[in-house]
Design a protein around this ligand. Sequence first.
Ligand SMILES: Nc1ncnc2c1ncn2[C@@H]1O[C@H](COP(=O)(O)OP(=O)(O)OP(=O)(O)O)[C@@H](O)[C@H]1O
Length: 506
Amino acid sequence: MYSGAVPDTVQVAVRIRPLSTQELAAGHHNVIVQPNPGEPRLIARGADEFSFSEVYGPSVSQSEVYERSVRGLVLKLLEGFNVSILAYGQTGSGKTHTIGTSFDGRLSSGSGILPRALLDIFDAVHAKPNGGDAANHTTYRVFCSYMELYQEHVYDLLSPRNRYGRLLGIREDVNGVIVPGLTELAVSSAEEAFGWLMHGANSRATASTRMNKESNRSHTIFTLIIRSRRMREETPTGEQVLISKLHFVDLAGSERAKKSRASGDRFRESIQINKGLLALGNVISALASSSGTSQSKSARSTFVSYRDSKLTRLLQNSLGGNSITLMLACVSPADYNIEETISTLRYADRALAIRNKPSKTPSAQLSQSSSAAEVERLAKTVCQLRTENDQLRRRIATDLKLTTVGKNGAGRQLATQNRVLYGQLQSSIEESTRNELRASIAENALGRLEPLVLQELSVDYDEMSETAAAVTEALRTKCEEILLRYRTEYEALRQRPTAKHRSTLD
Ligand SMILES: Nc1ncnc2c1ncn2[C@@H]1O[C@H](COP(=O)(O)OP(=O)(O)OP(=O)(O)O)[C@@H](O)[C@H]1O
């Protein structure tokens, strides 16, 4: 799919899972047809026709999906491009199976695209330079992170802390959306990365539902961060350092409460899951209409509401940003799932129109909050401070010499000035660190407070609606009483003869 050119629109591959043994036993049948297996086209329900970048039928293997849709992306990642792979679809449609987030450490034909990509990436990272080309050899350092978005809260799946301590906030800086404090671990082999993938997956929120016996109740993002360094004589430093990221996004499945018969926690989870996916759908629609080729001016300026949910904020760079993006739309072929399948296909069809602006990111432009970049930034700062320190020492030594030799007060004055300036610098650094800390504490607190406030509001609302119902009832009774009184009085008056009548009677 990505041989050579960099695609500037989101690529969409649809994968149709096979009917399960239970579905076959229950007599369900296939309602998705791929008229020509060589063509990326399908017909749903005998009428709705769709075309995508790729269509994988039920018999297509994991290895074929990887080779045709993902291997090329890994090469782009190693060249320095950001890459995002998103699995979207109804619950039980095969997202986790395709991505491979439930990998158990044993490579087999059933392993998904994530472990396969890790193998290819580390093969490239460990490759020896061939002979005379050593001067142009690229060296890589790889880091990984793993986060979960559960009920609108971001959790760090690789943090050694308890569940509460893993809560993180989302913030925006000049480079886009960042998750300050997210653990980024250096990894030196595919096996080490597999270990972290399994470690994180163990902490992920899953539950058995009527639609999938191991259903993911959260959205997860597993990220590989590649820092590549290659010699470039034409650059001022003689080298080029790029930072690229590969995100594997395993979205929680959309589900209909009526069908899944979810209740209690499962029901609350499905509300949040559907809310996030709805916001994602709105972002995709807005981006698709602003990317269209024959759009009007108003269509071009469609507002993209990334801020409607944390999911859309986290995916801001993957949809409409500088990433090469592949959406894997997973669908069930079964007749009883046709509504959900058509809805996924429409979603996917809109995503096809989204334009991104893939570009390479030099490390200097990177977010200061990513730990890989932070290490680099700190190393530079230490180097600068050492140089400044040496200069200061030399100046102070000269000043002291001047003071002793020439009894000149200027040296002492300069040293005092230096001390004052250093003190001021120190307190500004402390102040900005304190501010940073305050901001992240506030953000975490806000994340924790939000559900409590919402809960309180819903209690208030319930109480208010109960009170309102009681007031309405009392008013109704009162009105009926008054009405009855008036009616009685009216009847009495009607019965009583008026003075005029009385005179005629007399
Ligand atoms: N292409 C496929 N080939 C064989 N089995 C598949 C395929 N796709 C999915 N399955 C099987 O279907 C079941 C559901 O798949 P999976 O757990 O990946 O769904 P999901 O979309 O991630 O669901 P949820 O959103 O509820 O987490 C699993 O048992 C999985 O092994």
